[in-house]
Design a protein around this ligand. Sequence first.
Ligand code: TGC
Ligand code: FAD
Length: 389
Amino acid sequence: MYPYKSVDYFSVDDLLTDEHKIIRSSIRDWVNKSVMPIIEQAAQKHEFPVYLIRELGELGVFGPFIPVEYGGAGMDHISYGVIMTELERGDSGIRSAASVQTSLVMFPIYEFGSEEQRKKYLPPLAKGEIIGAFGLTEPNHGSDPGSMETKFTDKGDYYLLNGSKMWITNSTIADIAVVWAKDEQGVIRGIIVEKGMEGFTAPEIFGKWSLRTSVTGELVFDNVKVPKENLLPNVKGLKGPLNCLNSARYGIAWGAVGAAMDCYNTALNYALERKQFHKPIASFQLTQKKLAEMLTEITKAQLLAWRMGVLKNEGKATPAQISMVKRNNVKMALDVARESRQILGAMGITDDFPIMRHIMNLESVITYEGTHDIHLLITGHDITGFSAF
Ligand code: TGC
Ligand code: FAD
């Protein structure tokens, strides 16, 4: 493994504040110390290093843009992005843990929850004392969550929840899950389900070749009695979960840049060191083409993420813009990872280097939070007015 050097070909650092740089440096140090030494083994063993959740909480990674009074850090959206870049440089599974906790659990509770729900759940989520999950996808409804079948009925004193969710990050280890389900009128609502509620189980999905440092599973609800105060009062309809996705997709757009930088840094160092035909492979035009194109694409993605952050800070970011940047940056990272692996030849498939792990991770990242093609259709809808779903 080579010392990590991030990419800054267009002096993007000049666009960051001192605070952004301090946050970046603290997360980078933590990733070097706590993630890099253990991550290849964790991925080989298909294990999520769950003890890192507390450390992430202490670092202030959960809910950086949530106000301080609820346990967040009250920072801006570029800070959140910078954090995600550093975490995903380490591993997409670690970034996933932060995405889910921040954007998919804390965000809806903050944005759509009651004051009591905010006070009860946000501070322990911020500290990593409890872990959250987000249940939208179902076995029969992935890209089309509006057709979900999970539903609840009003039983007077409580709601009775039935149905199941599939492919849920953190499912088995989550203390609470923000679950999206239809009420008796067929309106989608958010409801907080807690571990230990009778009839609620969370079996793990085994056998993943991708995102192996993250727990993925199901959420199964068999006549679960959920207290009425667990309903998120302030949102109705599909726009509830989709608003959470806007925040998570934005973070992923920044995160993917970190994975790409790690692959590029590895490939560049290897190419300078490795000799064939008595010359460094970095001296061959074909290697230089790969490296130059990678650097160009990373730089473009970096600028796109930064601009997205500025728009988000100004409250002007549109969902369609976020779709575009998530789609572009994740595909960019996957392409960079694949090209980097070529540069390393056979060594590229081993866990002596991070590249194969990043490639496998990014195969999930390009699918979750809306697939590559769904995001293209969102852009198509935005520019033509026609929905092609
Ligand atoms: P459509 O009729 O277009 O919209 C329904 C309502 O939602 C509103 N809306 C949005 N609101 C906020 N943000 C967005 N991005 C929104 N997109 C749409 C829309 O205005 C409308 O509101 P209203 O008031 O008129 O009712 O909905 P549709 O059924 O045609 O579906 C559209 C589509 C395809 C965009 C959407 O369903 C979609 O994005 N599908 C992809 C599903 C997805 O991304 N799932 C992710 C699951 S979570 C996950 O993967 C976590 S991974 C975690 C990790 O480990 O990091
Ligand atoms: P499908 O929707 O069945 O799509 C299959 C293929 O068909 C895709 O290529 C898709 O692009 C294409 N397709 C679908 N509709 C159209 C169309 N109209 N036009 C053209 N092509 C189309 N979900 C959660 O709710 N919470 C989580 O925490 C979570 N974590 C995840 C973690 C991992 C590791 C993974 C892999 C997934 C996770 N997901 C989670 C689920 C994820 O969001 C879904 O996998 C994703 O939305 C796609 O749904 P699907 O897998 O059912 O694919």
